[in-house]
Design a protein. Structure first.
Length: 175
């Protein structure tokens, strides 16, 4: 049986691994793919999808955490952000998500309701919040991998397979 402290450490570690998987993908995207337009949505680019991941984190930190004293990292310009800038920004927003989850742990396992949380469609217990964040990022990582294939920038198996090497990504997230 796991204690509450073990669960906190386990779930925060899971978030760090998720962040490392997202950063790993951004680190390995070819420059030509970064600015490639999304078929059927020519005003959107791979860069914009990648930037959205960080900006969505910032929006959730602002919505759920700002009122409780959590610092909201600045958003990135999805039209102009470069991979190195985004990687640094993902580090900042990851720390914000950790602060948000920690707030929930410190409040008995649930993030306290804030006045700006009007959607009310996401249960605010730490498990549901973490699951939502991880699912959101996994969805967009999958979009980027699929777009790479559709646009003939097929990513090497070391990259696509590396997205699933959670033990390795977990070790990297601790270093």
């Amino acid at each position: 049986m796991h204690s509450a402290l073990d669960q906190r450490d386990t779930l925060l570690s899971a978030w760090r691994t998720n962040n490392r998987v997202t950063v790993f993908l951004v680190e390995h995207l070819p420059d030509e793919l970064w600015g490639a337009r999304v078929p059927g949505a020519p005003r959107r680019t791979v860069r914009m999808i990648a930037g959205h991941i960080h900006n969505a984190r910032c929006m959730w930190i602002k919505t759920l955490g700002k009122e409780h004293g959590i610092t909201v990292p600045p958003a990135v310009d999805r039209r102009k952000v470069e991979p190195k800038q985004l990687i640094a920004a993902l580090g900042r927003s990851s720390r914000g998500i950790i602060s948000l989850l920690t707030l929930g742990f410190d409040r008995g396992g649930t993030i306290p309701v804030s006045s700006s949380y009007t959607w009310r469609n996401l249960p605010l217990d730490v498990g549901h919040v973490l699951t939502y964040f991880v699912a959101h990022e996994g969805h967009h990582r999958g979009q980027i991998v699929m777009l790479a294939r559709q646009l003939d920038y097929r990513l090497p198996v070391e990259v696509t397979g590396g997205l699933w090497h959670f033990a390795k990504r977990a070790r990297e997230s601790r270093s």
